[in-house]
Design a protein around this ligand. Structure first.
Ligand code: SDX
Length: 394
C-alpha cells in the first residue's frame, strides 16, 4: 500500500514488473506521469520538461531544464554516413520501416556509449535516442517526398526543430507557427508514456537480456507499428476516409459489431481503459480550437465525422456494454493532418514521443540491480511425449 494507492494482491500477482513512472486507473480514466495528472502536464509543461520528469522522476528547475534542453539539442545530428543508409531505402518505403531500420543501426555508430552496465553511458545513449529519433523521423519523410534531408537547428525548441526538419527545404525557410508548436507539444506529451503497453514491454523484455538501448528501442518501434497499437492512428484516418459521410456511420457501426466481419472501429477500445481515455478527451477538447486557428475554419469534415461516429457509438449498447470508448488514437490523426503531416507518418509521430517513455522504462529497469532476463511462461497444449516414426511408416 503506497499510501494513496491500495494494490490488489491479485493484480500484483499477475503484474509483469514494478515501475514508478506512470500510473493508470482504467476504470476511472486516470493517467499520472510520476504522480502528475496528464491533464495538467498537457497544457502547462513543455515536452522536454515532461521528458525530464519521466526520465529523472522530478520536474526540473529552470536551470536543470535549460541544461537538459542544451544536452538533447547537441545530440540531434546524425552521423553523415547514415545518409547513405537512409537513401538506400526504396523511395516509397513506409517511414516506420525506415525508422525501425535506422534506429537499430545507431549502435553501429554510437558504440562508444552502449555499455549498458555503466550508468553514465546509459544516460548518454538515452539522450542520444531522444535527440536523434526526431531527426531520423523527419529524414524518413523527406526520403518519401524526394526532398533533401534537412539538418536539425539547435537554436530551435524541440517541436519547432522537428517541424523545421519536416517542412523546410534548402530553398525555403520554414517557421512553424506558435500554435502548430503548441499542438505538437501537446500531442508529444500525451503520447510520451503509458505504463506497460505492448511496445514498452517489448523494450523492457529486449533490455532485460542486456541488448543495447538502440536495438531495444528499434524493437519498440516494430511493436508500436501494429494497427492494434500505435498503427491505429493511421488506421483511424483510413477508416474515416472509407466511411466518407455521416450518413454511412450506422452501417459501419453495425460492421464493427459483426463478429464475422474483421472490421473494428479503429481508435476505439483499450486493454486497460474501460472508461474514456483521458488523452482522447484532451485531444478532442483542443481539436476544435486548434483546427479553427490552424485552418481558419471550424468545418473540418474528418473531425465532424469523428465526432458523429463517437456520438453514435458511445450511445450504442454493444459499445456501452463492452466499455468501448475513443482512445488516444481516435482524434490525434486529425490534428496531425491539420499540421500537414501525411497519414503514413502518424505512427512515426507516436514513436517520436514514445521514445521518451521507452528510454525512461529502460533506464529504470537497467538501474535496478535485481533485474533478470525476462522469461514469459506458457500454457502448453501440444501433444504428450511420443516416439519418432520412420518416414517409411508414416
Ligand atoms: C494504443 O496498451 C496501451 O496502453 C496502448 C496505448 C498506448 O498509449 O501505448 O494506449 C495505445 O495502442 C491504443 C489502442 C489503439 N488500437 C485501436 O484503436 C485498434 C482498435 N481497438 C481494438 O483492436 C481493441 O479495442 C484493442 C486492441 C485496443 C483492445 O483489444 P482487447 O483488449 O482484445 O479488447 P477487449 O478484450 O477489451 O474487447 C472486448 C470486446 C470484444 O468483443 P466480445 O468478444 O466481448 O464480444 O470488445 C470488442 C471485442 O471484439 N472490441 C471491439 C473493439 N475493441 C474491442 N469491437 C469493435 N471495435 C473495436 N475497436
Amino acid at each position: 500500500d503506497a499510501g494513496f494507492f491500495t494494490y490488489d494482491p491479485g493484480f500484483m500477482a499477475t503484474a509483469s514488473c514494478h515501475s514508478a513512472i506512470t500510473y493508470i486507473d482504467g476504470e476511472q480514466g486516470i493517467l499520472l506521469y510520476r504522480g502528475y495528472p496528464i491533464e495538467q502536464l498537457a497544457t502547462k509543461a513543455s515536452f522536454l520538461e515532461v521528458a525530464y520528469l519521466l526520465f529523472y522522476g522530478e520536474l526540473p528547475t529552470k536551470a536543470e531544464l535549460a541544461e537538459f534542453e542544451r544536452v538533447i539539442m547537441t545530440h540531434t545530428m546524425l552521423n553523415e554516413n547514415l545518409k547513405d543508409f537512409l537513401n538506400g531505402f526504396h523511395y516509397d518505403a513506409h517511414p516506420m520501416a525506415i525508422l525501425c531500420g535506422v534506429v537499430a543501426s545507431l549502435s553501429a555508430f554510437y558504440h562508444d556509449s552502449i555499455d549498458v552496465h555503466d550508468p553514465r553511458y546509459r544516460e548518454i545513449s538515452a539522450h542520444r535516442l531522444i535527440a536523434k529519433v526526431p531527426t531520423i523521423a523527419a529524414a524518413a519523410y523527406k526520403h518519401n517526398v524526394g526532398e533533401p534531408i534537412m539538418y536539425p537547428r539547435n537554436d530551435l525548441r524541440y517541436g519547432a526543430n522537428f517541424l523545421h526538419m519536416m517542412f523546410a527545404t534548402p530553398c525555403e525557410h520554414y517557421k512553424p507557427t506558435l500554435l502548430a508548436e503548441k499542438a505538437l507539444n501537446l500531442l508529444f506529451i500525451l503520447h510520451a508514456d503509458h505504463e506497460q503497453n505492448a511496445s514498452t514491454s517489448t523494450v523492457r523484455l529486449a533490455g532485460s537480456s542486456g541488448a543495447n538501448p538502440f536495438a531495444c528501442v528499434a524493437a519498440g518501434v516494430a511493436s508500436l507499428w501494429g494497427p492494434a497499437h500505435g498503427g491505429a492512428n493511421e488506421a483511424v484516418l483510413d477508416m474515416l476516409t472509407e466511411i466518407g459521410d455521416v450518413a454511412n456511420v450506422p452501417k459501419y457501426i453495425e460492421k464493427a459489431k459483426d463478429k464475422d466481419d474483421a472490421f473494428r472501429l479503429m481508435g476505439f477500445g483499450h486493454r486497460v481503459y474501460k472508461n474514456y481515455d483521458p488523452r482522447a478527451k484532451i485531444i478532442r477538447e483542443v481539436c476544435h480550437q486548434l483546427l479553427d486557428e490552424m485552418s481558419g475554419t471550424l468545418d473540418n469534415p474528418m473531425f465532424e465525422l469523428a465526432l458523429k461516429l463517437e456520438e453514435i457509438a458511445t450511445n450504442d449498447d454493444y459499445f456501452v456494454e463492452r466499455k468501448l470508448y475513443p482512445n488516444v488514437d481516435f482524434y490525434s490523426g486529425i490534428i496531425y493532418s491539420a499540421l500537414g503531416i501525411p497519414r503514413n507518418m502518424f505512427t512515426v509521430m507516436f514513436a517520436v514521443a514514445r521514445t521518451v517513455g521507452w528510454v525512461s522504462h529502460w533506464m529504470e529497469m537497467m538501474s535496478d540491480p535485481s533485474t533478470r532476463i525476462g522469461r514469459p511462461r506458457q500454457i502448453y497444449h501440444g501433444p504428450a511425449a511420443r516416439d519418432y516414426v520412420p518416414i517409411s511408416q508414416r
